[in-house]
Design a binder for this molecule. Structure first.
Ligand SMILES: Nc1nc2ncn(CCNC(CO)CO)c2c(=O)[nH]1
Length: 289
């Protein structure tokens, strides 16, 4: 957990970045599997390999580049993670969520997280975009929570509320933008559940998640959002639905990562447009929950 890391480690990474780029980002974007092209659309780019930044872990998953890209999008100063870290790679949760606290120290106010997810809800098809209304952090239930250990009071409270992680104003704004982009047909809100992975769920596990009201399932996002909420960042999250989760024993289909990346590639432009418009239209001074 972040308690493994001293405050200095976050400060060292933030100080290193501050001395290596003039950019002072207000918005941070975490790009999910196959959605890293969003970073390429930033203007006036300056980028660093994760290996250049003190304390940053390395990305090891196909579809996750491993670069931190600073730039301007619709007049807003942004920093984009091309490739995120997952618990299933063996990273501790402190490393998985390390960038979020560094962004906080850089002065970021809003975090946008995107991911690829499998759909459990009947109304969510591959290629759809689910605006995350709330999440279920299953690993957190058993203590795999990034806030476990001594609390760092400089970031936030010992017992942070998680009842409003996903900012309602930003969700409404994204829905409005969906209408303008004429993509409401493939957009809806829902509950995202994080499972540890790296295996995809068994059928019994998929049926359990469905019974528990989960709309989309993935292996990321919840830890970053817990840490972001703890340190007062405003959060917007979306899942690109890349496949239907297999819920019946008769269904012979089985999901694979190549298929996930294929749908991500197909829809990455639409996700880019939505996120770009959202950044352009959001008020930047909001200090989150
Ligand atoms: N059933 C199911 N379908 C999914 N499609 C994407 N993801 C998100 C996980 N993405 C992994 C593997 O593609 C890479 O991070 C999942 C998932 O966790 N479960």
């Amino acid at each position: 957990s972040p308690a493994d890391l001293s405050h200095d480690e976050y400060q060292t990474a933030a100080d290193w970045l501050r001395t290596h780029t003039r950019h002072r980002p207000e918005v941070a974007i975490i790009c999910g599997s196959g959605l890293g092209m969003l970073a390429d659309t930033l203007g006036c780019q300056e980028s660093f390999a994760y290996s250049d930044v003190p304390g940053f872990p390395q990305s090891t998953v196909q579809g996750h580049a491993g670069r931190l890209v600073f730039g301007v999008l619709k007049g807003k100063m942004c920093v984009c993670m091309q490739g995120r870290f997952h618990m299933y790679e063996g990273h501790t949760l402190s490393k998985t969520t390390f960038p979020v606290r560094v962004f906080k120290l850089l002065g970021v106010k809003t975090l946008i997280v995107t991911n690829a997810a499998g759909s459990l809800a009947d109304g969510l098809q591959p290629g759809d975009i689910m605006i995350i209304k709330d999440h279920i952090n299953f690993p957190g239930f058993v203590g795999l929570n990034p806030l476990i250990g001594p609390n760092d009071d400089k970031f936030g409270p010992r017992f942070p509320a998680m009842s409003n992680c996903y900012d309602k104003e930003l969700r409404c704004l994204a829905t409005e933008i969906g209408k303008q982009l004429e993509i409401t047909g493939l957009m809806r809100e829902g509950v995202y559940a994080m499972v540890g992975g790296p295996n995809f769920e068994s059928i019994a596990e998929a049926r359990l998640l469905h019974r528990l009201g989960v709309d989309a399932v993935g292996m990321s996002t919840a830890p970053e959002v817990v840490v972001a909420t703890h340190c007062g960042l405003r959060v917007f999250g979306l899942s690109l639905i890349t496949n239907k989760v297999v819920k019946t024993y008769e269904d012979s289909d089985s999901v694979n990562h190549e298929g996930v990346l294929e749908v991500s590639r197909l829809r990455s432009v639409t996700v880019q447009q939505l996120v770009t418009e959202l950044i352009g239209k959001m008020d930047i001074n909001n200090n989150g929950p």
